[in-house]
Design a protein around this ligand. Structure first.
Ligand code: GAL
Length: 382
């Protein structure tokens, strides 16, 4: 009798599961393993999404199971529903040519791909560190392709805005910055050092060769203008730099955001004509508390707000670090916030956190933790 009862329950459960299959891919499961169509965890970290035609593309760092350097390149996956992903291979491959800036063993991080309406090209910007140089090079790489899956052609790498001052630096500010000497500030973190950083101690140091460029993103505004946002000045200061119409160079207009504030992992989105910037602090692979800033113009002024995360581990960004905010096509402000749960022992195994961005009554972004969710949870009125 008891056996029949349990058999009945099991059969009942099985039939429910057959009708409503609960597999990893039917809902977003932040922080869980995310297998692609071949059953392999998606190896696209520090990445971004792009919608083109009827297809979504997910670009990210192809990371090795062991070690920290780039052995393959930037990986690309495709999907029609954002849940099921097909590995499309390597979008930008490392080079086997000795001395190439993207020689196997370099470090390629945080690739961002945008489509340029004017040129019809797919443009990739990424953080590049040269082989054998640790994180000292602090450069940005540019690559281009006629198709979303590539192969992308590497164009060049550089440090942005050599010889150019930020827009907010008037004649007096430049003069003051020119007089600052690094040798006068051997000790970091003192009030005098902080003031000197704000006044451009490192900005001026890097002026001749261009500003350092590490963690980064690319933002395309409604008017089609694109901006490169990156951690400069030894990761102390963010720069927002306008790109030329073809997205392959800088116009020379740029601004510093939160000088001396130590922000990394920039993620940018727009809601009701306000730009929102979500960043992390600088603790390497270890998670920390997210920060948030807003401005009514990309040129500032930027105001800091409290951490937008809510729920367990909210003060550690749910153990992740932001990488991109993806605007769902056809919506004004339905964004997916993407983050990485870094696994420095096995970088390829680093997990992905995707969460819907909510907005509170004042229009401020909120990132609420969810064990699972689906696209239907975006407000249908939008
Ligand atoms: C993090 C950064 C990552 C990677 C890592 C290396 O702070 O966000 O993209 O550069 O440091 O330690």
């Amino acid at each position: 009798m008891r056996l029949r009862f349990f058999t009945g329950i099991i059969l009942g459960l099985l039939s429910v599961l057959t009708f409503f299959p609960v597999s990893a891919q039917d809902v977003f499961r932040p922080g869980q393993k995310w297998p692609d169509e071949a059953g392999r965890h998606i190896n696209a970290h520090g990445g971004c999404l792009l919608h083109y035609g009827d297809t979504y593309y997910w670009y990210g760092e192809n990371r090795p199971f062991r070690g920290f350097t780039t052995e393959v390149g930037v990986q690309v996956y495709s999907s029609s529903d954002l849940l099921h992903w097909k590995d499309e291979g390597v979008a930008l491959a490392v080079s086997d040519e000795e001395g190439s800036p993207i020689e196997r063993g370099c470090i390629m991080e945080r690739p961002k791909v945008v489509y340029n309406e004017k040129t019809g090209k797919f443009v990739m910007l990424f953080h590049l560190e040269l082989k054998g140089k640790g994180y000292a090079a602090a450069r940005v790489g540019f690559a281009v392709s006629d198709t979303p899956t590539g192969p992308f052609r590497f164009l060049r790498s550089l440090r942005p805005n050599a010889g150019v001052w930020p827009v907010e630096f008037g004649r007096k500010d430049r003069k003051k910055a020119q007089q600052l000497k690094e040798s006068d500030y051997k000790e970091w973190w003192t009030p005098e050092w902080r003031k000197a950083i704000r006044e451009g101690l490192l900005l001026k140091r890097d002026l001749p060769g261009g500003q350092m460029s590490r963690d980064m993103t690319v933002f395309v505004d409604a008017d089609g203008k694109a901006y490169h946002l990156f951690s400069a000045e030894e990761n102390l200061t963010l720069n927002l730099a306008e790109l030329t119409d073809d997205y392959l160079d800088y116009t020379g207009r740029y601004t510093r955001i939160a000088p001396g504030g130590q922000n990394e992992a920039p993620v940018i989105l727009k809601h009701n004509d306000t730009y929102w910037l979500i960043t992390s602090g600088c603790t390497g692979w270890a998670p920390n508390e997210a920060r948030m800033f807003s401005a009514s113009s990309l040129w500032g002024p930027w105001t800091q707000h409290p951490n937008p995360c809510r729920g367990p581990q909210a003060n550690r960004t749910f153990n992740g670090q932001g990488t991109y905010a993806f605007l769902l096509p056809g919506t004004e402000d339905s964004y997916i916030f993407m983050a990485d749960v870094w696994n420095p022992r096995h970088l390829s195994e680093s997990r992905h956190i995707w969460l819907p961005v909510e907005f509170d009554a004042d229009g401020k972004p909120l990132l609420r933790w969810r064990e699972s969710w689906s696209l239907g949870e975006f407000a249908p009125s939008r």
